[in-house]
Ligand binder design. Structure first.
Ligand code: AMP
Length: 399
């Protein structure tokens, strides 16, 4: 049975110092409220906006930690919508290990499993769990649903899922998990709806944002991904290194005598576009505007790595029928899209410069053998839909 109309779904995406929030109505995919808390623990900020993009007046509170931030979000929502009735809360959880290939309603046993996975994602999983605990305390009895970044990739073949290490590492879970699965799930869902013939073929999705990865998807199933055991692997990112020879880590340890905390800081926070540009910026827009030797170095490397990964994914699938760009860079940077596509004639890609300049949905030319699309991703919608399903609520069909 459908709950009354004032019921809603909350989605939470807890990062290391941020908390992204969206409130969806029970009836459809329209967000009633969106926003985020940033720099939690430092001098944090919180912005929540209504469906028309107008800022909501904030309730009293503090942003000293994730549960305080969530309490402030909830107080603001309740102040704005005194009749708020949550049917379920959906959480983005970075790691579902080998256990979960679908969203799951959180029970004490599930929470235990998620906690046991924290060593696999020490910078993210504890914050996701803190968000779950805070929401459980704030909404007792309301179903909480975990949606995993790893779930989309769980069916990958062994050859992509594993490292050539002693087999015991594979057995203890040292595998390639993929990540960005909620984004890939959303984009493939959109493809299935809009272009079923392309969905059925060989698709590469390039999720290019501050975090960046690519995924090869054949017939709707993930067959290869650029991210591996951690969110460091594959493409260079805003501040993360991407693909690196493990010998470099041994060099840092043995020759530079760095400790693990120092190496982690370099790999996660000082590398990628920021490192390549000599500290200029981790932000693609800033790099494009800078247009100097440092920014060229970073953008050249980024573009080269996307092209190279596309070649690898074409090999994994025996060709590519469709390339989709998403994420902040993929959706907005006409420069990166143009430069990536310029050297992909060998795979049948020809970009239409006019369509690319407008960030149209299809940016390839009518002569292109391989289609190139831009599909804005919506990870929050995937979480909201999972929460809706867990609460047993049917979305209203629109005409
Ligand atoms: P995300 O993590 O998906 O929000 O993506 C953030 C990245 O997208 C940053 O590197 C931004 O500089 C980049 N970005 C957003 N808008 C643009 C734009 N108009 N042109 C180039 N890069 C952009």
């Amino acid at each position: 049975m459908n709950p009354p109309n004032n019921s809603a779904f909350l989605t939470l995406n807890a990062g290391s110092s941020s908390l992204k929030v969206a409130l969806f109505s029970a009836d459809d995919d329209h967000a009633l409220v969106t926003g985020q808390a940033e720099r939690i623990g430092a001098e944090g900020s919180l912005v929540l906006k209504d469906a028309l993009g107008r800022p909501l007046p904030l309730a009293e509170g503090s942003l000293t930690n994730h549960s305080d931030a969530l309490a402030m979000v909830i107080a603001t929502l309740q102040q704005t919508r005194p009749d708020l009735d949550l049917a379920a809360v959906g959480h983005r959880v970075v790691h579902g290990g080998t256990h979960y290939d679908q969203p799951v309603t959180i029970t004490p046993e599930v929470l235990e499993t998620l906690e046991a996975l924290s060593p696999f994602a020490p910078l993210h999983q504890p914050h996701n769990i803190a968000g779950i605990r805070a929401a459980q305390a704030a909404f007792p009895g309301v179903p909480q649903v975990a949606c995993f970044d790893t779930a989309f990739h769980r069916g990958q073949p062994f050859v992509n899922d594993s490292f050539a290490l002693p087999h015991r590492y594979y057995q203890q879970g040292v595998r390639r998990y993929g990540f960005h699965g909620l984004s890939y799930d959303y984009v493939t869902g959109e493809l299935q709806r809009m272009a079923p013939h392309l969905f059925a073929g060989r698709v590469v999705i390039a999720h290019l944002g501050n975090g960046a990865s690519m995924c090869a998807i054949h017939g709707g199933h993930s067959v290869a991904s650029s991210m591996g055991f951690s969110v460091l692997d594959g493409l260079p990112m805003g501040t993360r290194c991407g693909n690196i020879d493990p010998g470099v880590l041994l060099y840092m340890l043995e020759q530079e005598k760095l400790n693990t905390a120092q190496i982690r800081q370099i790999l996660y926070n000082e590398s990628g576009l920021l490192g390549l540009s000599g500290g200029l910026s981790n932000d693609m827009r800033t790099l494009e505007q800078a247009d100097n030797a440092e920014s060229h170095r970073a953008i050249d490397y980024f573009v080269f790595r996307v092209q190279r990964e596309l070649g690898a994914m074409a090999a994994a699938m025996g060709g590519v029928d469709l390339l989709v760009f998403c994420g902040g860079i993929g959706e907005n940077s006409r420069v990166v899209r143009r430069r990536v596509c310029e050297r992909l004639g060998w795979i049948g890609i020809e970009i239409d410069h006019g369509r690319n300049a407008e960030s149209a949905m299809v940016v390839s030319s009518e002569f292109s053998r391989t289609t190139v699309m831009v599909i804005p991703t919506r990870e929050d919608l995937v979480i909201a839909r999972a929460a809706r399903a867990a609460a047993g609520v049917q979305k209203k069909e629109t005409a």
